[in-house]
Design a protein. Structure first.
Lengths: 236, 322
C-alpha cells in the first residue's frame, strides 16, 4: 500500500477536532491536529501534508489569515475549509482566498469524507507528469505545472490551484471539446453548489492571462452549447 | 448598489431633509414676496384687525412656536431613527454570533452520531463519544436558556419565585452539576465556604447566574487554570467571588461587558464562544434580588474576579435553622 496521506486538521473546538481525527484515521489517513492558526503554520513548516482541513473561526489567527499565509508561498496546497458561517458571501470569501472546497457546519460525515477523498484524488491527478514534461509551451507563452508559474501575454504570474487544474484538463484534451460538466467534475469535484457559471468565470480569468484579445479568444475557444476547447497551434 | 444604500444613511437623509426644507422655504418666501400685495389686499378685506400694530407680535410668536415644534419633531424622529439603526446592527451581530454558537455544538453532536452510525466504534470509544455529546447538549441548552431569558425577562416584569435557600449548599450543588465541564477544561475548583447563609432567592434564576459566571471563567481561562469560589459576609451583603486566572479585561470594558449583546472584541477573544447575553442576564437577575454584580481585573492577562453581592436578611446569618 502506498504511504498514508497526511492531513492537518486545524480546529479549535476540541470536540470536533477529536471526532475529525477519529474518522479520518479510520479512513486510513495520518492526522495531525492544530488548535490555532499559528500552531497550524508551525506544523506546516515542520512537516509536509497532503491536505489541510481548516476551520475559519480560530483564536489568535483566523482561518482566512492562515489560508492567505499559505497561498503566499504555495498556490496549490489543498485546503478544505470548514465553517459555521454558511452564507454565500462567506463561501465566496473562503474560495477567493484559495480554499479548494468549503463545507458549512454542521456537516454530514460521509460528505466530508467524500470531499477529502475528492480533493486528494484531484491533487494526485494534478501531480502526475503530463506528456513527460512539467512545462507546457504554446505560442510565446508557457505554464509550469510543477511550480504553478506561468507566462501570459503580460509577463509571468502565479496560477491558482484551480486555474492550473482547469488549464491542465484543457491542455490534456487539446483539440477536443471539454464540457463544463467535465470541468466541474474534475476541478471542483463533489461540490454540488458550484454552478456551471463558475466555470465560465474561471475561463474568463484565464483568457485575460493568456489571450491578447480576451473578447476574441484564440487558444481557449468556446464551443457553443458544448463547452471549451484548447487550440495550442492557433498562434500565428 | 452599495452607494445607493449609503445614500439612505440617516445622516444623509437628515441633511437632505434640511436642504429640501430650506429650498422649499426660499421658494415659498420668493412666491410670497411676489404676491404680497395681493395677500395684503385680500387680508384687509377679510380681517382688517390683523393690521393693528400689537397683533403682529402674536403672529410672530405663533410662527416661532410652530417652527420650534416642527424642529423638535424632526429632532425626535432623527434620534429615534439612529437608535433603531443601532439596535438593528446589534441584533444582526447577535444573530450571527448566536447561530455560530448553536452550530458548533450541533456540528459536534452530528459528527459523533454519524461516526457511530457509519464507523465501527468500540465500546469505550462509544462511551467517550456519548460523554462528549452530553457536554455539547449542556452547552446548547444553557445557550438556549440565555436567549429565552434575555427575551422573556424584561427586568420590570421578571417573575421570580423567592424562597429561602442556603447559598453555600446551593453553590456546591451547582458546581457538582458542572463537573463534566470542569473535567474537560482540566480545571480545579476550590470552594471556600467558611459559613453558610440563608438568602431569599429564586433557585432557577440564581443557578443561571452561577452557571454563566462559572462558564465565563472556564471559557476565558487557559486549560488547566484553577477557579476559586469564595463565599463571605460583607456588611449587610453576602458576597460570592468567582476568582479566575484567565484573560482578565481592560478597565474600559469593566462596565460595558454587562450590557446586552456587548462582547469584548480583540484578536485573542474573537472566537471564544458567547452571544453577549450571559452577563447581561446575570446582572438583571441579581438586580431583581436587590443585589449587584461587579467585576475587578488588574488588566488583560491577569485574571478577573466577578462578585455577586446579595442582601442578607435578619435571620440569614450563620446557616439559619437546620
Amino acid at each position: 500500500m502506498a504511504q498514508a496521506k497526511k492531513i492537518l486538521v486545524v480546529e479549535d473546538e476540541s470536540h470536533l477536532a477529536k471526532g475529525l481525527k477519529f474518522n479520518l484515521e479510520r479512513e486510513g489517513y495520518e492526522v495531525v491536529v492544530a488548535g490555532n492558526g499559528e500552531a497550524a503554520l508551525e506544523s506546516m513548516s515542520e512537516q509536509t501534508f497532503d491536505l489541510m482541513v481548516l476551520d475559519l473561526m480560530l483564536p489568535k489567527m483566523g482561518g482566512i489569515e492562515v489560508a492567505k499565509k499559505i497561498r503566499e508561498t504555495d498556490t496549490r496546497f489543498p485546503i478544505l475549509m470548514l465553517s459555521a458561517k454558511s452564507t454565500e458571501e462567506d463561501r465566496a470569501t473562503g474560495l477567493e482566498v484559495g480554499a479548494d472546497d468549503y463545507l458549512a457546519k454542521p456537516f454530514h460525515l460521509p460528505e466530508l469524507l467524500l470531499r477529502v477523498k475528492g480533493i486528494l484524488r484531484r491533487w494526485d491527478w494534478y501531480k502526475q507528469p503530463m506528456h513527460g514534461q512539467e512545462i507546457f509551451h504554446f505560442g510565446k507563452m508557457w505554464i509550469n505545472f510543477a511550480t504553478g508559474k506561468a507566462k501570459g501575454c503580460s509577463g509571468e504570474f502565479l496560477l491558482t490551484a484551480k486555474e492550473a487544474l482547469v488549464m491542465k484538463l484543457l491542455i490534456s484534451k487539446k483539440g477536443q471539446v471539454v464540457t463544463r460538466e467535465d470541468l466541474l467534475e474534475t476541478v471542483w469535484g463533489y461540490d454540488r453548489e458550484t454552478e456551471t457559471r463558475t466555470v465560465d468565470n474561471f475561463i474568463a480569468r484565464l483568457r485575460k492571462h493568456f489571450e491578447k484579445k480576451p473578447q476574441k479568444p484564440k487558444f481557449i475557444v468556446t464551443v457553443r452549447e458544448k463547452g471549451y476547447q484548447f487550440n495550442p497551434d492557433s498562434y500565428s | 448598489m452599495r452607494k445607493l444604500k449609503a445614500l439612505f444613511h440617516p445622516i444623509f437623509i437628515f441633511i437632505g431633509v434640511q436642504v429640501a426644507w430650506i429650498v422649499l422655504m426660499a421658494v415659498w418666501i420668493n412666491w410670497y414676496l411676489k404676491n404680497s400685495r395681493k395677500f395684503q389686499e385680500f387680508a384687509q378685506k377679510i380681517r382688517p384687525d390683523l393690521f393693528a400694530d400689537e397683533l403682529n407680535w402674536l403672529i410672530l410668536l405663533e410662527g416661532c412656536l410652530l417652527m420650534l415644534i416642527i424642529l423638535a419633531g424632526v429632532y425626535i424622529i432623527f434620534v429615534y431613527w439612529n437608535k433603531q439603526a443601532r439596535l438593528n446592527r446589534l441584533q444582526s451581530n447577535f444573530v450571527s454570533s448566536v447561530s455560530h454558537e448553536l452550530k458548533s455544538p450541533l456540528a459536534s453532536i452530528q459528527l459523533y452520531l454519524e461516526t457511530m452510525k457509519y464507523q465501527k466504534v468500540s465500546r469505550e470509544d462509544a462511551a467517550d463519544f456519548v460523554e462528549t455529546m452530553l457536554t455539547d447538549t449542556e452547552r446548547l441548552s444553557s445557550l438556549i436558556n440565555n436567549i429565552l431569558a434575555s427575551s422573556k425577562y424584561d427586568p420590570k416584569n421578571m417573575r421570580l419565585q423567592f424562597q429561602p435557600v442556603k447559598v453555600g449548599t446551593f453553590l456546591r450543588e451547582v458546581v457538582e452539576g458542572l463537573k463534566r465541564q470542569f473535567n474537560e477544561r482540566n480545571c480545579k475548583v476550590k470552594l471556600e465556604i467558611p459559613e453558610d447563609f440563608v438568602l431569599s432567592l429564586d433557585r432557577r434564576a440564581m443557578q443561571m447566574v452561577f452557571n454563566n459566571l462559572i462558564g465565563n471563567a472556564l471559557r476565558y481561562s487557559p486549560i488547566g487554570a484553577p477557579l476559586t469560589i469564595r463565599l463571605r459576609k460583607k456588611k449587610k451583603f453576602c458576597e460570592i467571588d468567582f476568582i479566575d486566572r484567565g484573560r482578565g479585561l481592560e478597565k474600559k470594558d469593566a462596565k460595558k461587558i454587562f450590557r446586552k449583546f456587548y462582547r469584548v472584541t480583540n484578536q485573542e477573544s474573537q472566537n471564544i464562544e458567547g452571544a453577549g447575553l450571559g452577563l447581561f442576564i446575570s446582572k438583571e437577575i441579581v438586580r431583581t434580588h436587590k443585589g449587584q454584580v461587579r467585576v475587578f481585573s488588574e488588566g488583560p492577562g491577569k485574571g478577573s474576579v466577578f462578585t455577586v453581592a446579595l442582601p442578607l436578611s435578619k435571620d440569614s446569618v450563620n446557616g439559619g435553622r437546620e
